[in-house]
Design a protein around this ligand. Structure first.
Ligand code: ATP
Ligand code: MG
Length: 391
């Protein structure tokens, strides 16, 4: 028996003349994410992408799972493929949906016919097939409002497809369609969620992480690398940059007012990120900041950090409550890693009384009082790169 994965386009279907570019990108991403499972053939028709396995030994459960994490689809389903012959459709539906139908009390048939040459209309398919199925499964009653099982029949160009329901797709638009951004990825809950949210809007994400050994441990770094890995089913491959940040933090501790430490550190983090982006065609930064969550995330603090930015900083969780962020973190499976208790460089030398409303002049003056430039350059040069692949 042949099965196929059907992906219903989400926002892509609303695009105008450039819709094909979005579909191409979506298929390219799907192909990439499924490639290690075996060969698939891809086609498209009427807002649907057909993803057809070319051998019998492909793990379709895993393929479904991966496909439902590729941005661009509103819904995903696994369907049986059958000839466009009504007798064959009846036989096949009873077999393909047999297990679910034999356990159900009520059902309905929902039919769609995009091939108008098919001899039966959609209501006729529902009536006739419904009748046949009640003969085969006599315990079933028809319930069009809240059936236990819905047998969907879609008569399309080449074949008929039979399935018992969609599951939600990943939504969003295909990664790659909205340019590239650099995610400041910490080991916390918020920044992985921020990366996921921006990737969902079609952005190709790279990640940057700052480490301060020996104040931060190898295990803290490895935790962030695992978070990065967890993001790849959604974001695709992620280039990961690890910046040695110890000397900068020590200089900040030794030469700057303690109450401004966090804000100055964040300014330098953003400065380094921008320099690393400069030759990579990356046009924005992404952080996991949420307004008012901590002292460095007040509006005044955001004004002071953005002061050093020559590129836009996206903060997709800025208006979200922690509980809302946690809900997404659980959904994308980063939460359990994020709550592991390793230190982040942000928690090293944290001031006891950070300034929540620093003046820009004060912050600029504090930063200018020491020449950070050689240390910034050294950190950029010492940055290590690796790539996290989706599988
Ligand atoms: P998160 O849960 O993402 O760690 P947070 O609530 O702990 O956020 P902060 O520690 O103030 O907040 O960090 C704010 C943002 O700064 C983070 O969301 C992240 O984008 C960035 N950031 C913090 N520490 C690092 C780090 N060591 N490396 C890279 N980015 C960092
Ligand atoms: Mg943090």
């Amino acid at each position: 028996m042949k099965e196929i994965i059907l992906l219903k386009e989400g926002e892509i279907a609303l695009k105008g003349l450039n819709r094909h570019t979005f579909e191409d990108s979506f298929i390219r991403n799907l192909r990439h994410r499924l490639s290690s499972l075996g060969k698939f053939e891809y086609s498209r028709s009427q807002s649907m992408i057909y993803c057809c396995p070319l051998s019998d030994d492909i793990d379709m459960d895993e393929a479904m799972d991966r496909a439902s994490k590729v941005f661009g689809a509103a819904a995903v389903c696994r369907a049986g493929v059958c000839e466009k012959d009504f007798e064959e459709i009846c036989r096949f539906a009873a077999e393909y949906c047999g297990e679910e139908l034999s356990e159900a009390k009520s059902f309905k048939v929902a039919a769609k016919r995009s091939d108008k040459n098919f001899p039966l209309s959609s209501p006729q398919i529902c009536m006739e097939l419904g009748g046949r199925l009640t003969e085969k499964f006599p315990q079933l009653t028809v319930d069009v409002k809240t059936p236990d099982v819905t047998v969907n029949v879609e008569i399309r160009d080449k074949n008929a497809y039979i399935h018992t329901g969609n599951r939600p797709g990943a939504g969003g638009i295909p990664v790659g369609m909205s340019g590239k951004a650099m995610l400041l990825l910490s080991g916390g809950i918020d920044s992985p969620v921020a990366g996921y949210m921006i990737a969902k809007r079609g952005v190709d994400i790279s990640a940057i992480h700052y480490v301060s050994p020996p104040y931060t441990s190898d295990r803290a770094r490895m935790k962030v690398e695992r978070l990065c890995e967890r993001l790849t089913p959604w974001c695709g491959d992620i280039p990961f940059y690890c910046v040695p940040f110890t000397e900068i933090q020590e200089a900040l501790r030794d030469h700057c007012p303690e109450e401004l430490f966090t804000i100055l550190m964040r300014r330098i983090m953003l400065e380094i990120a921008q320099r690393i982006c400069s030759d990579k065609n990356i046009s924005a930064l992404v952080t996991g900041e949420s307004l008012g969550q901590v002292a460095s995330q007040t509006m005044g603090a955001v004004v002071c950090t953005d002061d050093v930015c020559r590129m836009p900083v996206f903060r997709p969780v800025i208006g979200m409550d922690k509980s809302e962020i946690v809900e997404i973190a659980r959904k994308i499976d980063t939460f359990d890693i994020s709550i592991e208790p390793y230190e982040d460089c942000c928690t090293v030398f944290t001031p006891k009384h950070p300034k929540t409303n620093p003046s820009l002049e004060q912050v600029r003056a504090a930063q200018a009082s020491f020449d950070f430039e050689p240390l910034i350059q050294k950190a950029v040069e010492g940055t290590e790169k690796r790539i996290f692949k989706h599988d």
